[in-house]
Structure formats: C-alpha cells, structure tokens
Design a protein around this ligand. Structure first.
Ligand code: 3NM
Length: 211
C-alpha cells in the first residue's frame, strides 16, 4: 500500500551509463535518508534494453538494502521486469487505465500534472500520488513546461484535497518549509541532490528543512 510519507524527499536519478559514478551517488542519498527513489534514465547517453535492466537491478538492490521504495519512470516493461514498487507516468505516457490493466495490482502509480485540470483528472483516475510542477525553471528536464510557482501549486492542493502530492522542478532545501505550510507531502529532486559535491549534506538539509 502506497504511503504518502514516502513523498517527503523523493530522489530521481539515472545516469546509468556512468554507473561507477551514479551508483555511489544513489547509495549516498539512500543512506542519508531519501524516502523514495525513481530510476529515470533519459537523454542521449541513456542505456536501453538489457544494459538498463542490469543497471536497474543494481539500483533496486540498493533501495532494498536501505528499505526505500523503488519507482521506475515511464517504462512499464522495465518496471515489471525489475519488480519495482511503483511506476511514474507523464502526461505523454500510457494512461493510468492502460497501466493498471497490465501492472501487478500492488504496484503503485504516480502521475505528473502541470495544471489543475491534469491534477483533477489524475485524482479521478485513481493516481496514488500526483507529481506537480515544474515549480521553478529546471535545466534537468528537456521538455519541462512553464514553471507554475507556489501559488498554483497551492491552488492544485486545495482542489485535490487528500490525494498525495509531491512538488517538483528546481526545488531546494529552502523551499521545504513552504511545502510543509501548504500541506504538500514533499519534494521530488534531481539536481539539488544528485549533482551536489556532498550528497549526504544536501539530503540532510532537505529533510531537516521540512519543519
Ligand atoms: N519532471 P530538478 S521537472 C523530472 O515538471 C522532472 O514534471 C518535472 O529536476 C515536471 O530537481 C523535472 O533538477 C526535473 O529541477 C526535476
């Protein structure tokens, strides 16, 4: 069963093609307390096929070791092959109905939304959580939409009520108090954790700022 507490600090990372660099980053983040992990392998150097499955197994093993739920972005076949705990779907991926039809029933599903309409539809279709953003500009997602800021994030939260929500896009530790104030369950983060010199210090700073 999905638990909203897993959204508190949701670390997203890929970079499978430089596994000797990326696995230590992922392990440091898990060890330091991130509450959920998503494997998101994108871009020109993205691994595919068997190489990605092999990498995915290593990441899943790390998540298991640190008892952190393991999510796969977009790719239902990869999620099933790896026995992931959940999948995350964008607006351009398969629909939640199509995903539910093929995924094991214990696998949870998160959906991206960038506006109120998408968030309401995601809730209606039974998403386990909604990823709302980008809040700020981000360099990490090539096709990111226009940033929505905190006021629209709050408006979405006010409409979807109890459905778990994680904010995403350009977030830093200093944004955590405002997420808490608006009853957003947490932050999904790539660069402010994954591309930092001191991954552990960054994770601790995020977690201690949600207060
Ligand atoms: N999805 P960073 S923004 C993967 O708006 C992703 O749906 C977004 O990376 C969305 O923390 C984003 O480095 C990138 O800004 C988040």
């Amino acid at each position: 069963m999905f638990q909203r507490e897993w959204l508190r600090l949701y670390f997203i990372f890929g970079e499978a093609y430089i596994e000797e660099a990326s696995l230590p980053i992922i392990e440091a983040a898990l060890k330091s307390g991130v509450t959920m992990f998503q494997l998101r392998e994108k871009g020109p150097f993205a691994l595919k096929g068997t190489a990605l499955i092999e990498y995915g197994y290593k990441v899943k093993a790390l998540c298991r070791q640190y008892r952190v739920p393991f999510v796969v972005n977009d790719d239902l076949e990869l999620a099933m092959a790896l026995g992931a705990d959940g999948v995350h779907l964008g607006q351009d991926d398969v629909s939640i109905e199509q995903a539910r039809a093929v995924l094991p029933k214990e696998m949870f599903i998160g959906i991206s939304a960038t506006n109120l309409e998408e968030a309401i539809i995601a809730k209606k279709r039974g998403a386990d959580y909604i990823g709302v953003g980008p809040i700020y500009p981000t360099l990490t997602k090539a096709d990111a939409k226009i940033p929505i800021g905190f006021s629209r994030l709050k408006a979405i939260k006010d409409h979807v009520g109890d459905t778990p929500i994680v904010a995403i896009g350009g977030l830093r530790a200093r944004d955590m108090p405002r997420l808490k104030k608006y009853h957003i369950d947490g932050a999904a983060v790539i660069s402010e954790i994954g591309y930092q010199q001191d991954v552990s210090a960054s994770v601790i700073s995020f977690l201690s700022s949600y207060n």
